[in-house]
Design a protein. Structure first.
Length: 113
């Protein structure tokens, strides 16, 4: 669903099927989709580098962006797209929660000084 734009080296929302095309996709929808993908990439970078401090606020921001996208989704196709994004985000958040639990669990195994 996303691709890396070689010009700006940042992820972007990409349509892979359906009646809409990049040219007919409303600008507001495209902008919100790109910001959701950017936010997801930032969450991944934060997790990969072990910087957990901003993860919760990034997840909350991504949820807000999805809510805005949901409000712009008036037809069946766009609602299905939002539902797919919601499912992917739920999966992502479940993985983050599992990683956080492992991190907390690993910290409790350390010997105390």
């Amino acid at each position: 669903m996303s691709a890396i734009n070689s010009e700006s080296a940042r992820p972007q929302l990409r349509l892979i099927q359906g009646g809409l095309s990049q040219e007919t996709l409303p600008n507001g929808w495209r902008s919100l989709g790109d910001r959701i993908v950017d936010c997801t990439a930032m969450i991944g970078m934060q997790l990969a580098s072990g910087r957990w401090a901003r993860v919760a606020s990034l997840i909350e921001y991504r949820r807000d962006l999805l809510a805005q996208l949901r409000m712009l989704s008036s037809d069946e196709q766009s609602r299905r797209c939002v539902a797919a994004l919601e499912a992917a985000m739920s999966e992502s958040e479940a993985m983050v929660a599992r990683a956080a639990a492992l991190r907390v669990g690993a910290g409790s195994d350390r010997p105390r000084p």
